[in-house]
Design a protein around this ligand. Structure first.
Ligand code: SF4
Ligand code: SF4
Length: 142
């Protein structure tokens, strides 16, 4: 896994290119959308904000730990959901880690620890997913 992370620029290009790759259809069916991979990842940090009013009339604003792989993460007021399917949410997880993080910080948001694979109830292996994408990207673009 760590060998794959040596070239974050290549990873960013490959993951961005892979948006329409059939692997996301397959993973969209396999993934349960449980959010465990994001909760155990040492680099995932997404959160949401929740307002509540107590019986005493006081308002509270809380920051809640959240996960972009969960169904309601991209839901907004009015009920619209920007990423309603597991396939979209799971691709977004990769996009954030390998494309957006590289564009913003010059590195991937993954340290190759393997915890997401270890705790995934669907046995999805991030290393295998990235390997397939990289191989196909190189075949078609390099
Ligand atoms: S392998 Fe990468 S994505 Fe998976 S838990 Fe570790 S840092 Fe997070
Ligand atoms: S832990 Fe596995 S099944 Fe759960 S959201 Fe992550 S990839 Fe999908």
């Amino acid at each position: 896994m760590r060998a794959l992370l040596i070239d974050p620029e290549l990873l960013a290009k490959a993951v961005e290119w892979s948006r329409d790759h059939p692997i996301w259809d397959e993973l969209g069916k396999r993934c349960l959308g449980c959010g465990i991979c994001t909760y155990v990842c040492p680099l995932c940090h997404c959160f949401s904000i929740e307002d509540s009013v107590g019986l005493d009339g006081n308002c509270k604003r809380c920051r809640k730990w959240d996960a972009c792989t969960l169904p309601d993460f991209a839901k907004i007021a009015g009920g619209h959901n920007f990423r309603p399917t597991i396939k979209e949410r799971y691709y977004n997880w990769f996009y954030h880690k390998f494309v957006r993080a590289y564009n913003e910080y010059g590195r991937s948001q993954c340290v190759g620890c393997g915890r997401c694979k270890k705790f995934c109830p669907a046995s999805i292996d991030i290393y295998e997913v990235l390997s397939v994408i990289l191989e196909d990207y190189k075949k078609q673009n390099l």
